[in-house]
Design a protein around this ligand. Structure first.
Ligand code: CP
Ligand code: NVA
Length: 303
């Protein structure tokens, strides 16, 4: 028995363009309220279950803190110390957990697992990263761009690196927000082919990082070996030669171009230390904005 009337956030496309803009505006208000020591507690007595099948620093801390600041609380569940890791069917786990809490955040491998959980959940499910998408990170990234540069509509963003979950979420953002995304990946590391076709109006694809970053407003990258790809790391370091976002690449973008990275970052691989620790990098503001943007998301879904 599925609960199709429950609202989930599995990819950015679960929001309309207008809802996304509204959510980002609300995040700005919630951030200002924290700075002013003003309490906003619409989630009093509400609980978020957080299921982590993969490691996390930012996602765990931001969702836990966000729930506390909104008046509620969270429960951390890992496969090591729950029945989730001992083969209890996802359908059963979803039906049980969602009878006790008000929302569920899941980080796992296969995107289909999050979809299946959502199908059987009586409460909203939030994708905290799958192999295919990382929509919560995009909320923070878009908030950061808006704070520093205003409306991203009409801008040009370069994605340099792996055609991974973050790249896919940037492709979704390009369509929802109306900007151009130039993607540069090595051969064999292109993003999902079907998504490329669906986002063709907003996306360009190349194997030349220099061409992708020419004149752009923002350069974004991510690790070359995502969680679950650790055994491929050595091969990937070879295959991604020339894809390090360094001073030479940054110099080809607009003089006031920003640099973003969802973190964790590996200096000397996908980004040079001089870029990530340099003046155009906004990665710490970006990381903090996970908290503020997700609070707006939690308020939208759980109130
Ligand atoms: N960017 C991000 O999702 O970080 P964590 O893996 O630390 O949660
Ligand atoms: N692409 C990375 C993002 C980590 C936040 C991964 O999936 O490991």
């Amino acid at each position: 028995m599925s609960n199709s009337q429950v609202r989930h956030f599995l990819t950015l496309m679960d929001l309309s363009s207008a809802e996304l803009a509204q959510l980002l505006a609300r995040a700005v208000e919630l951030k200002a309220a924290i700075a002013a020591a003003e309490k906003i507690t619409p989630l009093t007595r509400k609980t978020l279950a957080m299921i982590f099948n993969k490691s996390s620093t930012r996602t765990r801390v931001s969702f836990d803190t966000g729930m506390r600041q909104l008046g509620g609380g969270s429960i951390f569940l890992s496969p090591n110390d729950s029945q989730l890791g001992r083969g209890e069917p996802i359908q059963d786990s979803a039906r049980v957990i969602s009878r006790m809490v008000d929302g569920v955040m899941i980080r796992t491998d296969e995107h289909q697992q999050v979809e299946l959980f959502a199908e059987y959940s009586a409460v909203p499910v939030i994708n905290g990263l799958t192999d295919d998408f990382h929509p919560c990170q995009l909320l923070a990234d878009l908030l950061t761009f808006a704070e520093l540069r205003g409306d991203i509509a009409g801008a040009t963003v370069a994605w340099v690196g792996d055609g991974n979950n973050m790249c896919h979420s940037w492709m979704n953002a390009a369509q929802l927000c109306g900007f151009t995304l130039n993607i540069a990946t090595p051969d064999g590391y292109q993003p999902n082919a079907r998504l490329l076709v669906e986002r063709t109006a907003n996306v360009t694809l190349t194997t030349d990082p220099k061409a992708a970053v020419a004149g752009v407003d923002l350069i974004v990258t991510d690790t070359w070996a995502s969680m679950g790809q650790e055994s491929e790391k050595t091969q990937r370091v070879t295959d991604f030669a020339g894809f390090c976002v360094d001073g030479t690449l940054m110099a080809l973008a607009k003089p006031d171009a920003l640099f973003m990275h969802c973190l964790p970052a590996y200096r000397g691989l996908e980004v040079s230390a001089s870029v990530i620790d340099g003046e155009q990098s906004v990665v710490w503001q970006e990381a903090e904005n996970r908290l503020h943007a997700q609070k707006a998301l939690l308020e939208l879904l759980l109130v």
